[in-house]
Design a protein around this ligand. Sequence first.
Ligand code: XMP
Length: 509
Amino acid sequence: MNNGIIILDFGSQYNQLIARRIRELGVYSEVLPFDTPLYEILSRNPSGIILSGGPSSVNAENAHLVDKALFEKGIPVLGICYGMQLTTHLLGGKVKKGEKGEYGKAKLQIQKSNALLSGISRFSTVWMSHFDEVETVPDGFNINGMTDVISAISDESRKIYCVQFHPEVSHTEEGARMIDNFVFNICKAPKNWKLTNYIDKTVAEIKEKVGDQKVILGLSGGVDSSVAAVLINKAIGDQLQCIFVDTGLLRKDEAEKVMKNYGEHFHLNIKLIDAKDRFMAKLKGVSDPEAKRKIIGNEFVNVFDEESHKIEGAKFLAQGTIYPDVIESQSVKGPSAVIKSHHNVGGLPEEMDFELLEPLRELFKDEVRKVGEELGIPHHLVHRHPFPGPGLGIRILGEVDEEKVKILQEADDIFIEELYKNNLYETVSQAFVVLLPVKSVGVMGDERTYEYTAVVRSANTTDFMTATFSKFPWEFLENVSNRIINEVKGINRIAYDISSKPPATIEWE
Ligand code: XMP
């Protein structure tokens, strides 16, 4: 089986994007570390191999290399950016440090078309992101395209194709066509990736693996754990026991909503643990963000550990781990891998004595959503924004108390409601309200007020590593501000956060 396209990961931030683009074409694709042994790559019987981009230089001392024999197996290879330089370097060509280097958009001119560039305009815009360049091509290679530098080369007799730019990025105007050419015309990959098949296959695997044992799962109400729960429930019904911990730091009415949406509607077996007082007691007097994060994370593990041990005979722990988590944890290098160190609250310590069940670990987020919808979970639930593990604990700046939680929940709920009403919710990646420990003077009727300031925050991003603030119409923001100030007792001033990430972060703590 398999016959997918393997992407060898040299650290480019775009690797996951290549895999997603290929899967969107209905072809299986996976990302493996660049130093995966060749026999392991071959054992997967790939239709093609992509050597990804990466931040390093092939001429550097500990350059990331691959076994040259990879090019001799008759499997089509596409080298992208660093992958092109690597191919050149290994097959006898020369790579030099670029004189001026190209970064950003460039004009590609096709000199001599090949199967990869078939159907591409003679001039098109491409996205470059590297400073090294090919000086001389290896024996047997043709130069197929130029920008200011050699930008597309190939040895069609050996089915080796290379481009200096990134076809997977939308700035490369005709990149989708190139990927399509590689996958179907060159690799002749079978269309074997369908999410309905995935559900059937996974349900069968879960049944087989679990038998008549019990499984527990920490349900957070977020997309991943909810889809995992419904999928496992489809396989083993009541043998799945979900645990939902109400930390007291969740969005307004979250516990009730989860019990209704998943308990009543999907008949999931959910044990609701009201741990509000425990969390609040631990947070008393603490205002440092990292200290709050640690307290909340530890307390969650304590509660979950206690509860899971009350469930007799549970052998498996299910988690909503998804493919980007897997890629990030296996990633050997690369700046893209290390920036994000956050863990979801569902991330439980390994010493827990369970076998792991991770039915979504092959899926990208958009695929998880599709699986969720396929399983009958309503659209609005599978398209919820992410919510951080420490919850409102890091959106109430400084010390957290029950009164502040209540104020923030009300304000946040109004903002989210307005986003839905105005069809804006799904145009942004994450939106919420932050409560500052700052009071200011206002006037309400004839009365002077002295109350909290809240900040409305909304970010647009594809990977949560960089983000821009959402550019909403003034009228929308005005309405949100009026509603919060009029309806939420305790807030008399609203600010809108117009900072981008970096240098700001999406959350405030
Ligand atoms: P920042 O604030 O770093 O957030 O720009 C990026 C993404 O990560 C989420 N986030 C967290 N998620 N535990 C989590 O589970 C955390 O401690 C945490 N901190 C930030 C944040 O909501 C955004 O989606």
